[in-house]
Design a protein around this ligand. Structure first.
Ligand code: PAF
Length: 278
């Protein structure tokens, strides 16, 4: 695996060695787990060269403690990437990405970025769009792979590609889960064994919605809210039903579009999100 810390070297390398070869790209913030590795293996199965980036992006955190405490494990990440035969790793410092100004650009992402994560994490999606746009400029991939766990982010990146007129296919990859259903996430490393056990309530609630779609959305939401009131260890931030492509909230079943149910919770001050496509 070739490792680059500076974009100028990566850009030069990609120009000279990847001519006519398709490039697959997996952007990460490191602290890699099997969810990330499944993005890498999907990229490897579809593209000639796979580039992974590890960069904890300061502009997408709306809480400085969350940024400071974000788990980091760069040496282990490199080992994991070598094991799955990733071709190229780009692991820059903040200055290489942002140069003098560490700030987000304002994108016209529209309604898709306003609800749910957009509402509870103001500025988050502008930060994500800023860094992904910069990484796309550097890597210039044919296909980029993003996890369905961050479902709204996946849709926001699709929107970013469309408003910036890029010719990049965005592919969503299925969520990888622990045996109790908890979605794999770098943030799980901040949880104790007991917290991980408690966190099984998240997937149970999502599955309840999937298997009880004969009930109306109001009833489903009331049932879920009640589950969390009975479990003081996990705090519900939101449970919302949305139309998948627009992330518009839906209050009733009935449309012919694909929907999803999305959830955000806190366990011991660690924020976790998850969803199921219905
Ligand atoms: O999903 C993530 O890890 C991040 O939001 C991303 C896409 C790497 C941008 O920093």
């Amino acid at each position: 695996m070739q490792i680059f810390k500076e974009k100028k070297h990566l850009i030069k390398y990609l120009k000279t060695t990847t001519k006519d070869k398709s490039i697959g790209f997996v952007a990460t913030m490191g602290s890699l787990h099997s969810g990330h590795l499944s993005l890498i293996s999907t990229s490897k199965s579809m593209c000639c060269i796979t580039v992974c980036s590890i960069f904890v992006n300061p502009t997408q955190f709306n809480n400085s403690n969350d940024y400071k405490n974000y788990p980091k494990d760069f040496n282990n990440d490199i080992l994991l990437l070598k094991n799955v035969d990733c071709d190229i790793l780009y692991i820059p410092q903040v200055k290489d990405i942002y140069e003098e100004k560490i700030e987000s650009k304002k994108y016209n992402l529209g309604k898709i970025a306003k609800n749910l994560e957009g509402k509870y994490r103001p500025g988050h999606f502008d930060g994500v769009a800023t860094v992904v746009d910069k990484l796309f400029d550097i890597v210039n991939p044919n296909i980029a792979f993003f996890g369905e766990k961050d479902l709204q982010q996946l849709q926001v990146v699709k929107k970013l590609v469309s408003i910036t007129n890029r010719k990049i296919d965005i592919v969503g990859v299925k969520t990888v889960r622990e045996s109790n259903g908890l979605a794999k996430s770098s943030r799980n490393k901040l949880l104790s064994k007991d917290h991980i056990k408690e966190a099984s309530i998240i997937f149970k609630c999502l599955e309840y919605c999937k298997f009880n779609m004969h009930l109306n959305i109001k009833k489903l939401k009331m049932y879920i809210e009640d589950q969390f009131l009975q479990n003081q260890k996990v705090q519900l931030e939101y449970i919302e039903f949305v139309e998948l492509n627009t992330f518009d909230k839906i209050k009733e079943w009935g449309g012919d579009k694909t929907n999803a149910v999305c959830i955000a919770v806190y366990i011991n001050n660690v924020r976790l999100i998850d969803n199921i496509i219905l």
